[in-house]
Design a protein around this ligand. Sequence first.
Ligand SMILES: Nc1nc2c(ncn2[C@@H]2O[C@H](COP(=O)(O)OP(=O)(O)OP(=O)(O)O)[C@@H](O)[C@H]2O)c(=O)[nH]1
Ligand SMILES: [Mg+2]
Length: 346
Amino acid sequence: MKNPFLEFFHVPNSKELLDIAFSRAMKSSAQVSKNAPILLKAKKKESKRIKVAIEELLDRILTIIKRVPMIDELPDFYKELASLLVDVDELRLTLGKLNGILPLLRKLQRLFSKKLSQIETPKDADQIRRAAFGRISSIINKQNPNLEYLNKIRGRLKEIPSLDYTLRSIVVAGYPNVGKSSFVKQISTNKRIEVQEYPFTTKKLIMGHFDIEKRYSQIKLQFLDTPGILDRPMSKRNNIELQAILALRLISDLIIFIFDPTPSCGYSIDSQLDLYHEIKNNFTKEGEIEIVIVFNKMDLASAEEIKSLRKMLNVEEKDCFLINALSGENLDLLKELLIKRYSSNE
Ligand SMILES: Nc1nc2c(ncn2[C@@H]2O[C@H](COP(=O)(O)OP(=O)(O)OP(=O)(O)O)[C@@H](O)[C@H]2O)c(=O)[nH]1
Ligand SMILES: [Mg+2]
């Protein structure tokens, strides 16, 4: 399913909305016979302008509201992720406020039509239209913070990856700075993933694909690069870490847990081990979901560091993959495992 927020297009601010509405209004022309009295012509012209301006605004505001998906009705992954990225109550309130001005605009149209019907000179028509535009501007300008808020959250929501529910998802997790993004960038088709030497570089879920070519078919896997997670109580984790937890909880078919056996990531082995055990105990559905152990930064890691980490994990050499995510060294072994696992159509 495509990210449901992709249809949530740019939201114009109040000035943009008013500019469009008023310029349409001023270009409009009323249907009135050439021989009609000047007063009637003036009434019709200005009445049409007010009508066009208000209808344009009603239409545009309704479109803005309609393009925001109903978060409660989305599949869990999108619903929960959206709730981490934006305050859903504030969003609801903002949409409510925007919706609330629609009857006010309709009322203004009725009010000014009535005023126009009562005028006595053509000059009055122009003045009434100006007054109407003034009232309209004031209503719309008051909504500017709401319009800007919608545009701001749109920026965050449109970056949610589009998850294909027919494909298997491999979630890559671990401590910050261990090389998760380097790994996903190396193994998947997504070469635009940001890698930096400091922790907390990745702040959102990022998707990359991996294709297994078979003689008669092709198997596609989706890799999810996640933000680093610290070993701390769930209630202390921030919304960035919680996105990684959400991916582990809701969409993983396989978890790749990356360790940095060296001190280069800036975090201790003990903390990384604690996180590993937490994930293994809580997100593998009692062994239903496999967790693959990867030791990254093999170019930096000493034999002693590797041996000691294996011992602490109580795993054999064959049960963990020693790789260099930057050069791609040894990645073939891991790819083979994926090919074997996913080409048997299990
Ligand atoms: N020497 C070496 N450096 C690596 C390797 N893999 C990653 N790095 C470096 O480790 C640093 C962190 O890499 P990232 O891929 O951004 O790590 P991350 O786990 O995604 O980090 P966050 O997004 O901050 O959690 C970068 O400076 C990488 O160049 C490796 O195999 N060997
Ligand atoms: Mg990263």
